[in-house]
Ligand binder design. Sequence first.
Ligand code: PGA
Length: 255
Amino acid sequence: MDKSLRKPVIAGNWKMNNTPEQTKALIEQMKPLVADADCDVVLCVPYIDLYAAMEAAAGSNIKIGAENCHWAEKGAFTGEVSAQMLKAAGVPYVIIGHSERRQYFGETDVTVRNRVRAALDAGLKVILCVGEVLSERKLGITSQIVSAQTEIALAGVSEEELANVIIAYEPVWAIGTGETATPEQANEVCAIIRALIARLYGKDAADRFVIQYGGSMNDGNAAELLAQYDVDGGLIGGASLVAEKFAKIVEAASK
Ligand code: PGA
């Protein structure tokens, strides 16, 4: 197998940070720093910042994404935004199933699956997040949890559609905590996900499939994590809010 079949993807997840004005300033700062990237660079930003982000990133190698989308095309869902709306606004990427959505906003494996379906139907590229909480890791059921989350989210997704899906393996205990999975731990679970993709879609699809690690990835630990065979990029929270830090991670992925 050849890791070079896969182009790494470094994606920032800004979460609930930055006003439109701050968005413009941060992307202007980032653009020259990531211009030579030999990986895909994505910034997922709050809905209110999408236009400012796309305007600032226009003509650069930075692609913009949203942090969620609803499963219905339109209707009485106060506060939600549909995948169709994102597509119409020119947004290419969307994060779905982030653990903060699952933890704080009642997302289930089935609602995640429905959002993935809607995003793919709308023609968006999906960054699907999966990952175990600490108690699950301690129980030794990480593999079962991550496999179930993955298999449910992909229910009904065809091999052709899979080309528009990336999975971000994000151990919940490592998100925003400063505690990172070891490179071995990250690789082990990414390999489990790849084996599942091979079982569901065949070996060729699995060899081409991009699997990111996320959870306190930063400019200091990125190189080691990204060097792992099954880790093809990163979903970056905190460090994506600082241009120099994010650019160093992009640089590490470009080697
Ligand atoms: P973190 O967040 O890098 O701040 O740990 C990662 C994420 O939630 O995607």
